[in-house]
Structures are given as structure tokens and as C-alpha cells.
Design a protein around this ligand. Structure first.
Ligand code: CA
Length: 250
């Protein structure tokens, strides 16, 4: 996979240099913007020239126009995948809460490998149209697979490390949502809304109970989850295998 056009919006030279080298090596075609205004201009220019960007990596703290406002502005016209970069996890909380329409979030300092895995994940999601049609059943695009977990929504089947596991409906729905959004933090509210409905008034601990049962079925060691992880203060996330394609270990 190579040649995707990435608009990197970043004002810190150290990050710019590291990304310039690291992302170019991964085959991405890079364009840099050093403040929010430049980012909006670059994005508009790319679209106008019929060479739209395939992804935007967007720092939150920027001169002139903030990353939050850049994201909002771009979302009025485009569904381009956007990954927002926050300086610390407390800021992450705020930015996620604003629901500006980013596809994923990373916190500095990040590892390049993780960043690249997430970039590819959001581009894949957009490629198969799932980002554009949130409510469409996943079954239409075949089974979902994250590492050793496979989920076939049409057949209502889940296999973990090659073994069939049976899941009650709500557990299945939670797993399906996490897998569809693998690599991305799903807030507690989003999960509860989408699985139990926005008018759900029950105990929010119900979600934790479902997560616990799911972990018992999918994790190698349920007390040290590596696939369904807790993002403290926010929700849960399905962790992608480190390198998009995991080597065969059979
Ligand atoms: Ca910054």
C-alpha cells in the first residue's frame, strides 16, 4: 500500500522532521501545513485541483486556527479520514468530548508504528464505505477480522483463534461495534447508545459486564486484556495487531 496523500498539520519542528522521514519511508506522499489556516488552504487547494488528500493528521494545538476548528470546517464539506493528535491525555478527553468528527485520536508522544497502523485502519474503513454508512450492516462487506478474532454478522458467527464461540445478542453487538471501529476509542456513551439505544436508562455498569464477558471469550488472558482495552475515563478500544498484517503463527 503506498502513494496515499497525507496532509500533516503540525507546528512542532521535531515532530515534522520525524514524520517527514518516518511516513515517507512507509510510502505516503506528504504535504505539510504549519498552522490551521495553512491546513484549510492546503486541503481546499488539493480538492480544487482534483487531488484530494486521503488522510489528514491534525495536531490540536496550532497557531491561528485550532485543530478542532480545522476539523469542524473540513467536516462541513468532506468525509476525508482525520486523525487528531493531542498533546496529553487530559486534552484527549476534551477533544473526544467535543465530537468534531475525527476518525481517530492519538496522544503525543506516539510510536510511529502505532500511528501508521491507525492511519491505515482509518483509510481502510473509509475505503469500504463503512464510515459513510454508519448504520449499514457489516455483513455486506464480508466477515470482520481483527487479529485472531473473526466476526460474520450475516451468519451471526464469531471465531476466536479458529474456534467458534457463542455470544448472546448484546455481547455480539458490542463486539461488532468495537471491531468495526478497531483502533479507535469508542466512548461509553456511543457504545451504550448504539447497542442499547439512546433512550436506555439502565445501569451503565451493564456495559462493563458485557465487556467482561467478551474478554473472557476473546482474550488469551482476560485479566490482562490486550485486544479489548479500557481507555480510562472514556470507554473501550479494540486494539489492532501491531503491523496491519500479522505473521502466520500456526
Ligand atoms: Ca502543536
Amino acid at each position: 500500500m503506498s502513494g496515499e496523500r497525507v496532509l500533516v498539520v503540525e507546528d512542532e519542528e521535531a515532530f515534522i522532521e520525524a514524520l517527514e522521514i518516518g511516513l515517507a519511508r512507509e510510502g505516503f506522499e506528504l504535504e505539510f501545513a504549519r498552522d490551521g489556516k495553512e491546513a484549510l488552504d492546503a486541503f481546499a487547494a488539493g480538492s480544487a485541483a482534483n487531488r484530494p488528500h486521503d488522510l489528514i493528521l491534525l495536531d490540536v494545538m496550532l497557531p491561528r486556527v485550532s485543530g478542532v476548528d480545522v476539523c469542524r470546517e473540513i467536516r462541513t464539506t468532506s468525509k476525508v479520514p482525520i486523525i487528531m493528535v493531542t498533546a496529553k491525555s487530559s486534552e484527549l478527553d476534551t477533544v473526544v468530548g467535543l465530537e468534531v468528527g475525527a476518525d481517530d485520536y492519538v496522544t503525543k508522544p506516539y510510536r510511529l508504528r502505532e500511528l501508521v497502523a491507525r492511519m491505515r485502519a482509518v483509510m481502510r474503513r473509509t475505503d469500504d464505505g463503512s464510515a459513510a454508512t454508519e448504520t449499514a450492516p457489516a455483513s455486506e462487506s464480508g466477515p470482520l477480522r481483527v487479529g485472531e478474532i473473526a466476526l460474520d454478522a450475516a451468519r451471526h458467527e464469531v471465531t476466536v483463534r479458529g474456534e467458534r464461540v457463542s455470544l448472546p445478542l448484546k455481547e455480539f453487538d458490542v463486539l461488532n461495534l468495537l471491531m468495526e471501529n478497531a483502533g479507535r476509542v469508542m466512548t461509553r456513551d456511543t457504545l451504550i447508545d448504539r447497542v442499547w439505544g439512546h433512550d436506555y436508562v439502565g445501569d451503565t455498569k451493564t456495559l462493563d459486564v458485557h465487556i467482561k464477558r467478551l474478554r473472557a471469550k476473546v482474550e488469551v488472558n482476560p485479566s490482562k486484556p490486550e485486544r479489548i482495552v479500557t481507555i480510562r475515563g472514556l470507554g473501550y478500544k479494540m486494539v489492532l495487531p501491531e503491523s496491519g498484517e500479522r505473521s502466520k503463527e500456526n
